[in-house]
Design a protein around this ligand. Structure first.
Ligand SMILES: [Zn+2]
Ligand SMILES: [Zn+2]
Ligand SMILES: [Zn+2]
Ligand SMILES: [Zn+2]
Ligand SMILES: [Zn+2]
Ligand SMILES: [Zn+2]
Ligand SMILES: [Zn+2]
Length: 1756
């Protein structure tokens, strides 16, 4: 039904919807009839007919009939004129100010961090692109579906609520009024039509009778026995279960069952069988039975009468018709809403819309969708009615939520998901709280749905909870958060009362949580099962922000705060009854006593869930902040207050943490460890750990300090530890005590020192965040995302990071990899507090280490005293008293004493550090107080207490003396600087005390003394600073050098072997040069008689496996290079060409000039002995056979392995064949030059070839292609002439080299053609030449795109790989039958020889000339094969062979370029009349003549020359590379530089070409003439010249990855418009962009799977086969990830080349910051492709991230 609904009226008009005959005047038009009756009569008549074919509907036909019979007449009546005309008028008159677009799952939504009122306010992509927020700090996210664009909602945005599209007056047509006013007649009609339509929809949707229809609809029809068996969707049964059940129950085909299942999943229900009642009933039972077998629960099946089914279907169709209607006019919407909300007078029954809401959970998926869309398009588009709807919604809130919780559909499909749309609107929220008491309703709902988790003490207990059910309960908690998200600015009495009522109700939930899930220490035995702890912690997480928001709301108003405090206090007290039954005991220490009820965390039950206590602590600091605390006694009397009881539970919780750290709870298992982790983790700590510390601070501020400390000692179970030393040898126990003491000291430090909470001291929220960030960055520089993750988020998902980060840190940009980081500013380092309470143990020690190191580097002492803390606010000022109280002094003294007395086992360094920290805090406090007020007013007497001698033996030594003694403790060497700092502080406080007491006596002298002191100190300081700076610079320099070295180390290591080889080679070469003729600058020409000598270096290589060296020689055992052969489309000029997937019948001899797919051979450049490699390969094979279940990264079957040194993926080895040194005797060359012209050479070759054919014909009766002009009559030429210019014997390769030659050649054949290996296949040599040519072309292409010179800039691995490959390709011939090679050669020559053309010789325009060149040059020596003796041409002979072969291919290539540029039209006029231009002109005349005018003579010569010169460059460059690696002749210097013009000249010189290339034709005119004629007569050439076909242009285009937009949201925009080419449903799609060709694919979806060779492949995998010959690179747009894939089984993810402003990538768009293209990173991806390193990258990534094995790449 979605089909019909989607059609716009305009489309309908165009589609010819008006019925063929003039419509019968609908009955309802007659005013005499009751509309309702007429309407129903019409439906009763038509609907069952239209929807009769349920099983197999013709959707378009149905739609046509519905339009004609019902909708068109209905619209005619409603509008009073032709609907299309009416709608056109309406459309022009403008759109609503609200966008209201409903999001589908996966659609990108945008929010503005600057302007959105809360993060649920989002825009659709269209509105966003047209809004001011585009330039703000926006966030992008993927919708989970069901949301709604908030454009136009003024309450959702602080600024820019409207996009330019929805701005009134901004739309295309001018209009007075943004809404079209309907005329009264239409309004009147809609008031008549809507009620009947709505009633029909409601009645049909909630219709429960299976067999009967309402009487109004059952007119006069014979009730046929026609039923459907209808299957409903649920979330319990998997796809496969349903398919299985259907197949079994109905006996249907897999395909049909799949079809049903997909439809059920999409629409929510589907008829799976039609027939008589009995048979449908039978099918129903069968389905139930089978589905029950599979998964306990039967599927939901119903048998429905055909008419019921038809009417229900039509009801939905009407629903979407209304939905469309709603968008036309506000008047329609209002009338609709009024009718939906109308309650029957005097009836208790709910109104229409509420009826549907209440029925929602029982509706099937398709019906729900229509209903929700209707609500969106009507109620939610009219603010006034949205409010009324919200009121209805809240009225039934409890019922709806309960229905939802017992339903099994996803939340997006539930009407309860609409709550966010209403509760987050501030005015609506206020209204609902004030008038409908919604907070109370929500909390009560929670209380009503949670009882199943209550234990006998009325506390929650989530043991054995159902995750799914709990997730559903969360939705109620979310609602609580939504309703609280915006704090009211104005409070009325009514609002206050309602809120308080809600708060009290909320406290009841907290009461059920206070002390829940108590645990008891396990002694002796380990617990059997770890209890479920996740649920309670998860609820705690969900509640965190709600708790904070409640506290914030309470603090809005003094009265409210005090009253809620009283309520909360009461609730805490009610829960604090534990232990009251026990007798109080008394504890004495240092003359102080504490009376308390005995309780031991280690023995009694304890809980970490104390939300009530923590809420109270939160309210307490707010009391302090607002000053309302002065009135507290009016609300809670001091007797009631009972601070000890308030402190008790949080204290127990902290003690539990300490005991866990002391490993006392080891036997309670991992669940406790996890709980303790979350207790302090950033996700929970604000409403757990932090508040417990605050509660202790409240205790410390209100209790007697000595009593407070005694309580702490007692709860930490350390009372005895500070009384007397119990001699014990139990090491565990001692260790346990030590940890507990450390933990306790730490808590004491926090209680006194942690004051960064507004209310505890006078700090702001910014100060707090800054301090958090400073401490994070004190550990190390961090990325933006890492900092964000470590900061608590508020209800708006903001951390406040951006507001302050620039004040404390500087941003450092990222490189090509990695991410940007923030570094702490130097001036913030002084804020560092080693005992920062949010540090974990590891963070603490890391930070301490970093900071000490830094100070050391700056040549400063290593003391890290606490920074002076801010002053406590008055309510907390008493906390500091615990520092100088007797018990504290006792604790400090005891611990110091133990350290000094070297009772090593009784103290730890950490303990002493903490004692010193506490001392520092005490001294700082006294110093600060003394500096602020006159001495006599300062009662804080830390100095006095610490220097006072005690009377007893134990405290005979005072603290100060003990500290001095610490300096002599060898174990405390590291603390020396801190000790010194403290001693200085003692001194300073002493002086401050003395100064003020002496102030009257000698104020001046005193101050002067200090001044003088200061100045010398300053000088010293300055000097120290200068030295430190100098030292720092020096160090920096060294460090930079070191790190550079380090960076290179790995590379160096990898290349070690090549390096040694290179230097050795060089040395040898130099020696050789010196010994021979160093003076002569040998010729740098590669071809022809002037050919220069080969520069042959003696190659001594080291095997990476056995480390032994070996010289490369023909007769030695083979050495090999690890290599990877792969098919490649990197150079293709035509991506639309269909590639053959299997090469069984392919003839690879000729390469098409499009270079559609080649075979690339790459190497990592690492050398092994062939034998060593074989052993290595066998070893890994064996290894894997033994470990069957280990998934392999590589495919051993196909010869894959990882390079033993660098772990690159390889699938073969290239044998290293030495270059045969050749030198031409210049006299010989001169002599030969006299006779061997091109013409003669051609004759000789022709004779030789025809000689072979005669020979073969004799032997095998084989007819070889005849020569067009056999013999030119020169009798001197005969079969053996070719040998007369010099021969030599072939190189004799060792058997091991031969074996490797065969092995590598077979791999190329197997991989390049995708066939089974066959050593005897005739195509092996062809593939060898082909990969050689193709690899050279790839390298040339790469060098050109990177702007690097042709020679001297190759990477080592490329250089050694190419060298080995070319030499291999030359040597491979010797392992094949020479007759075969000859056969191939003859076919290749067919393109070049004037006198010979075979049947299968392709047209000139259908071959790549460079491939021909490589093939002919490498196969040519086979012509010297004589009676089973493999001779080779001598140096001189081959110099000529090469020259002429090269010249011939060059001529052919020039011809190709000339023909393909024939259609070029001159863009500019040039008067270039150079020699080249003239030659070109005359050449063109010839061509014109031979093509009988097809080739236009009008093309100016200069243009032709220009095209040729540009077009031929890549070919020349490839040829130069090829001959260089083949012959070893040094190239001219100019080719090691980048310069266009010099390069051309140098290439021509190296390759023995005239720089005026057309000169070649003139030079060889007689020989070339017939060839030229033959080429010109070619039909393909002619058709191209006539413009009938298109030839490839030269130079070929260089391939690049597609261009990507700078702004990532452009891509998202593209993705949002993406429609799957195969299906039209509105399901979520995963659009994926091919970076090679730009195709957008529908990935990971069954709709676009393709069957390839009997295997289902996903859209990406099958696309990759064509686009990249199996290797491809995609961008998953919605996830912002790049995917590299190879074949069907391998792939990896790679971050997309987009960075946010913090220099970070955002895989999965988790953070959602704006993203921009990073060119360098994209270039890196481009190189990955062009260097053929994608496979390598995948292998590397798979090796490091084993998780990807689980992914089914095949279906991508
Ligand atoms: Zn929108
Ligand atoms: Zn908009
Ligand atoms: Zn904005
Ligand atoms: Zn070896
Ligand atoms: Zn390697
Ligand atoms: Zn593609
Ligand atoms: Zn698709």
């Amino acid at each position: 039904m979605a089909d019909g609904a989607d059609r716009s009226p305009v489309a309908r008009a165009a589609g010819g919807r008006a019925p063929a005959q003039a419509p019968e005047r609908a009955m309802w038009c007659d005013e005499r009839f009751d509309f309702q009756a007429a309407f129903l009569q019409c439906l009763a008549k038509h609907v069952p007919n239209i929807y009769s074919a349920e099983m197999d509907p013709l959707v378009e036909k149905q739609e046509e009939m519905v339009q004609a019979a019902i909708l068109y007449p209905l619209e005619c009546y409603l509008f009073g004129e032709d609907p299309d005309m009416f709608l056109e008028k309406l459309q022009q008159s403008g759109t609503s100010q609200l966008c209201g677009k409903v999001f589908k799952g996966g659609e990108t939504t945008y929010s503005c961090r600057d302007c959105a009122v809360d993060p649920t306010c989002v825009l659709c992509i269209d509105c966003f692109q047209n809004s001011i927020h585009k330039n703000h700090r926006y966030k992008m996210h993927s919708s989970t579906g069901g949301g709604f664009c908030d454009c136009g909602d003024t309450e959702a945005w602080k600024a820019g609520p409207l996009c330019s599209k929805h701005e009134p007056g901004a739309s295309s047509s001018p209009k007075e009024n943004s809404e079209c006013q309907l005329n009264e007649e239409i309004m009147e009609h809609s008031r008549r039509v809507f009620p009947s339509v709505i009633k029909y929809i409601v009645d049909m949707l909630i219709w429960e009778e299976e067999k009967e229809l309402p009487v109004e609809l059952t007119i006069s029809r014979e009730k046929a026995d026609s039923y459907y068996c209808v299957l409903f969707n649920d979330e319990h049964h998997s796809y496969d279960h349903v398919i299985y059940s259907l197949q079994r129950a109905l006996g249907c085909e897999l395909g049909e069952a799949q079809l049903h299942t997909t439809a059920i999943d999409k629409e929510g229900r589907r008829a799976v069988k039609a027939g008589h009642y009995a048979s449908c009933q039978e099918a129903k039972e069968e389905i139930k039975r089978h589905s029950e077998n599979v998964s306990q629960r039967p599927l939901h099946v119903e048998v429905l009468h055909a008419d019921v089914m038809a009417h229900q279907k039509f009801a939905l169709r009407l629903g979407s018709w209304l939905n469309k209607l709603m968008s036309y006019s506000s008047d329609f919407r209002q009338i609709f809403c009024q009718i939906c909300l109308k309650e029957e007078a005097g009836s208790e029954k709910p109104c229409f819309i509420s009826k549907l809401m209440l029925w929602d959970a029982r509706l099937h998926k398709g019906a729900r969708k229509v209903l929700h869309e209707l609500i969106f398009s009507s109620f939610f588009m009219e603010m006034e009615y949205k409010k009324l709807f919200a009121v209805e919604f809240v009225k039934y809130y409890k019922a709806l939520q309960k229905e939802y919780i017992s339903d099994d559909h996803d939340r997006v499909l539930s009407v309860t998901a609409l709550s966010v749309q209403m509760f987050t609107v501030p005015t609506l929220a206020r209204h609902l709280i004030e008038e409908r008491n919604v907070i109370t309703i929500i909390t009560e709902t929670l209380l009503e749905v949670l009882p199943e988790y209550l234990d006998k003490n009325d506390k929650f207990n989530f043991q054995g909870y159902s995750q799914d059910k709990l997730n559903r309960v969360y939705s109620v908690i979310f609602d609580l958060r939504y309703i609280l998200v915006s704090k009211p600015t104005v409070w009325t009495d009514h609002l206050r009362e309602r809120f308080l009522e809600g708060f009290v109700s909320f406290l009841r939930i907290l009461t059920c949580m206070q002390g829940m899930e108590e645990i008891k220490r396990q002694i002796g035995q380990h617990i059997e099962v770890d209890p479920d702890w996740e649920a309670a912690i998860a609820i705690q997480m969900q509640l965190k922000n709600i708790l904070l928001m409640f506290q914030e709301w309470c603090a809005c108003d003094e009265e409210l705060l005090l009253r809620s405090y009283r309520e909360c206090h009461k609730a805490v007290m009610r829960c604090s009854t534990n232990g009251r039954s026990r007798e109080k005991t008394v504890f004495h220490l240092c003359g102080h006593t504490l009376e308390s009820r005995p309780y031991r965390v280690s023995a009694d039950p304890v809980s970490i869930h104390l939300p009530l206590s923590r809420t109270l602590a939160g309210l307490h600091v707010r009391l302090s902040k607002t000053g309302a605390i002065s009135r507290l006694h009016e609300f809670v009397s001091p007797e009631e207050f009972q601070v000890e009881l308030l402190v008790e539970y949080p204290l127990r919780c902290l003690v539990l943490v300490a005991q866990v750290a002391a490993e006392m709870w080891r036997r309670n298992g991992l669940s406790l460890i996890s709980q303790v982790f979350y207790y302090q983790d950033v996700k929970c700590r604000e409403e757990m750990y932090d508040k417990d510390i605050i509660m202790l601070q409240i205790g410390a501020s209100l209790m007697d300090p000595n009593q407070f400390l005694l309580l702490i000692l007692q709860r930490y179970e350390l009372a005895d530890a500070f009384k007397k030393i119990k001699p014990t040898k139990d090491q565990d126990l001692i260790k346990q005590y030590n940890v507990l003491i450390e933990e306790m000291l730490q808590i004491l430090i926090y209680v006194v020192g942690e004051r960064y909470v507004p209310g505890i001291s006078n700090v702001t929220k910014e100060d707090v965040i800054m301090r958090e960030i400073i401490h994070l960055l004190c550990i190390e520089p961090m990325a933006h995302s890492a900092i964000t993750k470590s900061l608590p988020e508020n209800e708006n998902n903001e951390t406040g990071l951006e507001n302050v980060i620039d004040k404390v840190a500087t941003f450092k940009k990222p490189g090509v990899s990695g991410h940007g980081v923030y570094e702490l500013k130097d001036e913030c380092l002084k804020e560092f507090n080693m005992f920062f309470y949010h540090y974990t143990k590891t963070q603490h020690s890391k930070a301490e280490h970093t900071q000490k190191k830094r100070r050391k580097q700056e040549n400063r002492d290593e003391a890290l005293p606490p920074p002076p803390p801010p002053d406590f606010s008055p309510a907390f000022s008493n906390v500091v008293r615990i520092l100088n109280c007797d018990v504290m002094m006792h604790i400090l003294r005891t611990l110091l004493q133990r350290a000094v007395e070297l009772e090593t086992h009784l103290w730890t360094e950490a303990m002493v550090q903490m004692v010193l920290h506490l001392l520092s805090l005490g001294l700082l406090e006294e110093k600060q107080q003394l500096q602020k007020s006159p001495e006599e007013e300062v009662t804080f007497d830390f100095y006095h207490k610490a220097t006072r001698m005690g009377s007893s033996a134990l405290n005979a030594v005072n603290v100060l003396m003990l500290v001095e003694k610490l300096k002599r403790v060898p174990q405390l060497e590291a603390q020396k600087d801190t000790v010194n700092w403290i001693l200085q502080m003692f001194d300073m406080v002493k002086r401050l005390r003395e100064k003020s007491s002496l102030a009257t006596v000698g104020a001046t002298s005193g101050s002067e003394a200090t001044k003088g002191d200061e100045s010398t100190q300053d000088k010293e300081k300055a000097e120290r600073k200068r030295k430190a700076e100098a030292a720092r610079l020096h160090r920096q320099k060294i460090m930079a050098q070191m790190s550079a070295l380090q960076r290179n180390f790995i590379e160096t290591h990898k290349l070690l072997y090549e390096n040694t080889l290179e230097t050795q080679g060089k040395d040898d070469a130099i020696m050789e040069e010196e010994s021979t003729s160093s003076a002569i600058d040998y010729s740098r020409i590669a071809l022809g008689p002037k050919r220069g000598p080969s520069v042959v270096e003696k190659e001594v290589l080291t095997c990476i496996l056995c480390q032994e060296e070996q010289e490369v020689k023909f007769e030695s055992a083979a050495m090999v290079l690890s290599a990877c052969v792969q098919k490649s489309t990197a150079l293709t000029q035509n991506r639309s060409r269909i590639l053959e997937l299997s090469g069984d019948t392919l003839d690879p001899l000729f390469m098409h000039p499009d270079l559609p797919c080649g075979t690339h051979t790459g190497s990592c450049g690492h050398v092994m002995h062939a034998a060593c490699w074989q052993k290595y390969f066998e070893a890994i094979q064996l290894n894997f056979r033994q470990r069957l279940h280990v998934e392999q990264i590589f495919d051993l079957e196909n010869g894959e392995y990882l390079c033993p040194l660098c772990k690159s993926l390889c699938n073969t080895v290239i044998p290293i064949v030495p270059l045969r040194a050749q030198k031409i005797n210049s006299e010989d060359a001169e002599a030969v030059a006299q006779i061997l012209s091109l013409a003669r050479w051609l004759e000789i070759v022709t004779v030789r070839i025809s000689g072979y054919s005669v020979k073969n014909a004799k032997g095998e009766k084989q007819s070889l292609p005849p020569f067009t002009n056999k013999g030119t009559g020169n009798s001197a030429l005969e079969f053996h002439s070719i040998l007369s210019f010099g021969v030599q014997s072939s190189a004799k390769y060792s058997s091991s080299i031969k074996e490797m030659l065969i092995l590598f050649a077979t791999t190329i054949y197997r991989v390049g053609l995708k066939v089974a290996p066959n050593e005897a296949d005739s195509r092996i040599p062809m593939m060898t030449w082909s990969t050689c040519a193709f690899t050279i072309q790839c390298i040339e292409n790469l060098l050109e795109t990177e702007g690097k010179p042709l020679f001297g800039s190759l990477q080592n691995r490329q250089h050694s790989g190419l060298k080995a490959l070319v030499q291999f390709a030359a040597a491979q011939r010797t392992t094949s039958p020479q007759l075969l090679i000859q056969k191939h050669l003859i076919r290749l020559l067919g393109v070049l020889l004037p006198s010979y053309k075979g049947e299968d010789t392709p047209s000139l325009l259908e071959v790549d000339m460079f491939h021909i060149l490589v093939g002919t040059v490498l196969s040519f020596p086979s012509l010297y094969w004589e009676d089973a003796v493999d001779l080779q041409p001598s140096s001189v002979s081959s110099a000529y062979n090469h020259l002429y072969l090269f010249h011939l291919t060059t001529l052919a290539h020039i011809m190709q370029i000339v023909i393909s540029s024939a259609t070029e039209s001159p863009t500019a006029h040039s008067s270039d009349n150079s020699e080249e231009a003239q030659s070109a002109q005359s050449f063109c005349r010839e061509v014109c003549q031979y093509t009988s005018g097809c080739f236009s003579q009008d093309i100016p010569g200069w243009l032709v020359w220009d095209c040729v010169k540009k077009g031929i460059m890549p070919y020349l460059r490839c040829a130069a590379l090829f001959f260089h690696y083949l012959l070893g002749v040094s190239p001219p210097e100019e080719l090691s530089q980048v310069s266009e013009e010099a390069q051309f000249k140098a290439l021509c010189s190296y390759l023995s070409l005239p720089t005026n290339l057309f000169q070649l034709f003139h030079e060889y005119w007689d020989t070339v003439n017939p060839l030229l004629q033959r080429w010109c007569a070619d039909p393909v050439v002619l058709s191209c010249l006539k413009g009938k076909s298109i030839a490839i242009r030269y130079p070929r285009k260089r391939n690049h990855l597609i261009e990507l937009p700078e702004d990532y949201s452009c891509l998202l925009n593209q993705a949002s418009q993406f429609r799957c080419p195969r299906s039209s449903d509105d399901e979520q799609k995963h659009p994926v962009l091919c970076l090679f060709c730009g195709a957008m694919l529908c990935s990971q979806n069954t709709c676009c799977q393709e069957l390839v060779n009997g295997e289902e492949l996903g859209a990406c995998t099958s696309h990759a086969l064509q686009c990249g010959a199996g290797v491809c690179m995609f961008l998953k747009i919605r996830e912002c990830k790049v995917v590299l894939i190879e074949g069907k089984t391998r792939g990896c993810l790679y971050p997309a080349p987009y960075l946010d402003e913090y220099g970070e990538t955002d895989p999965g768009l988790k953070r959602g910051n704006p993203l921009h293209l990073c060119q360098e990173r994209y270039r890196k991806l481009h190189l990955l492709w062009q260097q053929h390193c994608i496979i390598e990258e995948i292998a590397r990534s798979q090796e490091t991230n084993q998780i990807f094995f689980g992914f089914n790449w095949q279906l991508l």
